[in-house]
Design a protein around this ligand. Structure first.
Ligand code: HEC
Ligand code: HEC
Length: 244
């Protein structure tokens, strides 16, 4: 008799714990996976659930390159994810999720890989493309021009010659656009703002980029993180960009 009561008590407690766990973890996780990612930010409860768990996934899988505060790392060319400036797309949850799932230049067939920064000091700056190599003085001019776009001082003749190269034979405009504001369709960064992927915004860092090229890699998470974890990480990053 006594034993029966104890067993029944344990069963009831187990059921209560189990259903609390179901209500707190399982139900929202499955609602999250069924939702349209772009609609989740309008659902405050689901968003809070996703962002909390996304932060854990971010610390484990992303902070190593993007930094604990997601402010980016100029060594890897990992962008700041806590601002409203996006290389790819416009920063919707679905776009962020796509980037995280397949990565950038990750060798996954669905990765973003539409453009890479040519190495203009090499005889063939970009394999399979006709961008011409530039001489060291031409590179110096183009670097002076790029630096001037974000307020850097340089010799006006160098800036003018660099601008001609940028919108002319060097083909920079092809990816970065003639006004150098970039192209979020191919991941070419805006060169007129003060956000830099690489280095410390110095002339030397820009020179290194133009002379030797850049091929930043963001790994594909499909297969490493579950679809729910990927969505949670995407919504965490989205919330960072919106100022949480
Ligand atoms: C090995 C380093 C590395 C890791 C790990 C990494 N990233 Fe990245 N990530 C990068 C680099 C480098 C870029 C920029 C690639 C480029 O220049 O196009 C990037 C770009 C991105 C972008 C595109 C930003 C934009 O402006 O469009 C997003 C979003 C992103 N990462 C999210 C994540 C998340 C979330 C994780 C963890 C699940 C993660 N990354 C893990 C290196 C990394
Ligand atoms: C084929 C497309 C393409 C062409 C042509 C091109 N770029 Fe780029 N550029 C890119 C891409 C893509 C990136 C980002 C690379 C990465 O994230 O790893 C980039 C990055 C840069 C950066 C680094 C920005 C930062 O935030 O650190 C600079 C500077 C730059 N390009 C200048 C130039 C100049 C100057 C030219 C012409 C001489 C040029 N680019 C031609 C695609 C191109």
């Amino acid at each position: 008799m006594r034993l029966h009561r104890i067993l029944a008590g344990i069963a009831v407690a187990g059921l209560a714990l189990g259903s609390a766990w179901y209500v707190r973890e399982v139900a929202p996780a499955s609602a999250l996976l069924r939702a349209d990612p772009n609609a989740v930010p309008q659902n405050a409860d689901l968003m809070r659930f996703a962002v909390g768990r996304g932060e854990t996934a971010f610390r484990a899988a992303c902070a190593g390159c993007h930094g604990a505060e997601a402010a980016g790392d100029p060594h890897y060319g990992a962008p700041n994810l806590a601002d409203a400036d996006w290389l790819y797309g416009t920063g919707t949850p679905a776009e962020i999720e796509r980037t995280i799932t397949y990565g950038i230049r990750s060798h996954h067939p669905k990765a973003w890989n539409l453009a890479a920064m040519p190495a203009y000091a090499r005889p063939v700056p970009l394999q399979g493309q006709n961008f011409p190599p530039l001489t060291p003085p031409e590179i110096a001019d183009v670097v002076a021009y790029v630096a001037s776009l974000s307020g850097g001082q340089a010799d006006p003749t160098a800036i003018a010659d660099g601008a001609d190269l940028f919108t002319g034979k060097a083909g920079c405009f092809d990816c970065h656009a003639a006004d150098a504001r970039g192209d979020a369709g191919v991941g070419a960064p805006d060169l007129t703002d003060k956000a830099w992927l690489y280095g410390d915004s110095s002339r030397a860092a820009i020179m290194e980029t133009v002379a030797y090229g850049r091929q930043g890699v963001c790994p594909a998470q499909v297969g490493s993180l579950t679809p729910t974890e990927i969505r949670e990480a995407a919504l965490y990053v989205y919330a960072l960009g919106k100022g949480k």
